[in-house]
Design a protein. Structure first.
Length: 75
């Protein structure tokens, strides 16, 4: 059985997100669930990969911001 260490819920537009840090007999993990239009999608990241996961998100966001700034400068 999983136990929740910490959890946050929030809504963006019509999507509801649940971000939970949990633990079970196999270890700790991050669970991110998206609910929209009666459907639910979940990803689970083992605690050993949370740093790499958040770094990858940061890199993608940085790249998209840089691309948006470059595109705006050209226009």
């Amino acid at each position: 059985m999983d136990s929740i260490i910490d959890a946050k819920e929030f809504q963006i537009e019509r999507k509801r997100f649940h971000v939970e840090f949990r633990e079970n007999d196999r270890g700790k993990f991050l669970r991110i669930t998206e609910e929209a239009h009666g459907r639910r999608n979940t990803i689970i990241v083992p605690s050993t990969g949370v740093g790499d996961f958040t770094a990858a998100i940061g890199e993608v966001l940085h790249t998209s911001r840089t691309a948006a700034i470059s595109t705006a400068a050209i226009s």
